[in-house]
Ligand binder design. Structure first.
Ligand code: NAP
Length: 502
């Protein structure tokens, strides 16, 4: 038999044994969908082409014969069910990329009967996530239950204790127990992946751990909560109130029935705590973060900010300062010309300011089943390939204790909205207090269309005034506002929004 004849026979046997179509062979092995058709019509490939294709066939066969990576998924909600679907649907493509088959062999959730759009026929079912985490029939445990303690923590610990790799999307768990879990993983030799825990589909953890491994990061900031960004974007574009936007966000499934965690800034704080640890090599300190949410942002704030060339975004910001590390989450005035100002709707963006790369902005979907499951999968692939990096970028023993820079020492520009009593001398008294404290004002705005109701008996007797300051200390601004309130010229709480230089 000639070389060409035996090559033809090898190709045909390969196709027949797998029940493939000629096109599939062409695409997956030969790199040309018409290859088999041409071969059958008498084309005689050159010897180097035959060698390449025979090698690809051999590699494919080797890949198929390698032991599969068996995955147990605990939590079959938005993210978990999507992950199982993707692995079931794209199994072959993943096997090709990985050189090894990956398969979900076991799952766990509360309700067995719920239809989750996945084929569960051959999957082992567990009611208890800890039992799944320890089961011998899996090589990797995926935690997609959520919650900082309870079953999620117990199951992750159970897997790490026996040296089993873990992938999780659980930011609350990581923010609270990340350092301990990283230590456990290092001690037992297991990997711990949590790409999906920060900014869903944006590969920021990998970028920090691997891509920017040697860079010194000075500041990290970003939009890390899609719900808040959606609400602020709609308030800006459509002139509707916070309450109305929140209601729509709930209807569309972007906000929970109890939205406090998102709109109160706590979700952003969890993500920021994880990022700060990776950026600055320090312990995770979620309780040290200054947190303000977006619930007090009014149409007047959005409108004046817009007129002055700013947008309002809920930012999480962590930066090194002489006094320690500043971590804060609050609504922020960002210049319209800045890159984050252009990130609207449910999208997220994270900016990393480094010594060598300067500024790197990563933007994309920060939540949702498919983007989040895709990040979970990227961790699974890394673990299957044998990639090993300390979970928090440096060995946990090398993490420095966290030292919080006092928020009162923060320095920057401020947007201040006051309801000043409509009486002679009120504005002059406010301006004079500012001047005496050395606060330099960039703008003073008072327009009838900015009226914000103060909901007090004095409604109708106040004027809404907006002051924009040049850079000043947080402590000075707060003390001066307390003095102004004490003078009796304002009604209600002043609105204070920080301006970030980007
Ligand atoms: N959704 C997103 O866009 C997103 C983005 C980034 C990160 N994450 C993180 O991903 C994780 C999962 O989020 P998700 O949105 O998929 O949550 P979800 O839709 O609420 O799903 C949670 C799943 O956990 C199961 N579960 C709850 N308690 C359990 C228990 N005691 N034992 C066994 N199973 C239990 C639930 O079972 P039943 O279905 O039977 O009730 C459900 O399948 C969370 O940590 C979340 O923070 C989510």
């Amino acid at each position: 038999m000639s070389d060409i004849q035996s090559f033809r026979q090898a190709v045909e046997s390969f196709i027949a044994a797998r029940g493939w179509t000629p096109t599939r062979f062409g695409r997956a092995i030969a790199g040309d969908p018409l290859f088999v058709f041409d071969l059958r019509e008498g084309r005689e490939p050159r010897s180097d082409t035959r060698t390449r294709i025979l090698k690809a066939m051999q590699d494919h066969a080797d890949t198929q014969s390698a032991a599969p990576l068996r995955i147990g998924v605990a939590g079959l909600g938005n993210v978990g069910a999507t992950l199982v679907r993707i692995i079931q649907k794209d199994g072959e493509e993943l096997t090709r990329k990985l050189g090894r088959k990956i398969e979900v062999t076991a799952v766990c959730a509360r309700s067995r009967s719920r239809d989750r759009g996945i084929d569960a026929t051959d999957l082992e079912w567990f009611d208890d996530p800890v039992a799944l985490a320890k089961w011998d029939g899996i090589d990797l445990f995926v935690e997609l239950i959520g919650g900082e303690d309870g079953p999620a923590l117990a199951a992750v610990k159970a897997a790490l204790e026996i040296g089993r790799p873990v992938v999780t999307a659980n930011k609350a768990l990581l923010a609270r127990h990340g350092v301990n879990l990283a230590r456990m993983a290092e001690e037992s030799g297991a990997q711990l992946g949590f790409e999906a825990a920060v900014a869903g589909g944006i590969p920021v953890i990998k970028t920090l751990r691997e891509g920017l491994g040697s860079a010194r990061i000075a500041r990290v900031y970003g939009i890390m909560n899609g719900t808040c960004n959606y609400i602020l974007t709609r308030m800006g574009n459509e002139g509707i109130s916070f309450a109305e936007c929140l209601k729509d966000a709930q209807k569309l499934g972007y906000a929970e029935a109890d939205p406090t965690f998102d709109v109160g800034g706590f979700d952003t704080a969890h993500k920021l705590a994880i990022l700060a640890s990776l950026c600055f090599g320090c312990e995770i300190a979620p309780d040290e973060i200054f947190v303000e949410g977006i619930t007090t942002i009014s149409q007047a704030d959005i409108k004046v900010a817009g007129d002055l060339g700013y947008k309002i975004k809920l930012l999480g910001i962590a930066q090194r300062s002489a006094d320690g590390i500043e971590q804060r989450v609050h609504p922020t005035l960002v210049p319209k010309s800045s890159a984050v100002a252009g990130v609207d709707g449910v999208l997220n963006a994270i900016s990393l300011e480094t010594d060598h790369v300067h500024e790197l902005l990563l933007a994309g979907p920060g939540a949702g089943g498919p983007p989040t499951a895709s990040s979970v999968l990227s961790d699974i692939l890394d673990i299957a390939r044998g990639t090993r990096v300390p979970p928090l970028g440096v060995p946990s023993a090398e993490l420095t204790p966290y030292r919080q820079a006092p928020m009162r020492a923060h320095e920057g520009g401020y947007y201040i909205r006051l309801n000043a009593k409509d009486i002679p001398g009120a504005l002059a008294a406010i301006a004079s207090r500012m001047g005496a404290a050395g606060i330099s004002l960039e703008s003073v705005i008072q327009r009838p269309d900015l009226r914000v109701s103060d909901d007090t008996a004095e409604t109708g007797k106040t004027r809404t005034v907006v002051l924009l300051t040049h850079s000043t200390m947080e402590a000075t601004v707060r003390e001066t506002l307390a003095q102004i309130a004490g003078d009796g010229f304002i009604v209600g709480e002043p609105q204070l929004i920080r301006i970030e230089t980007l």
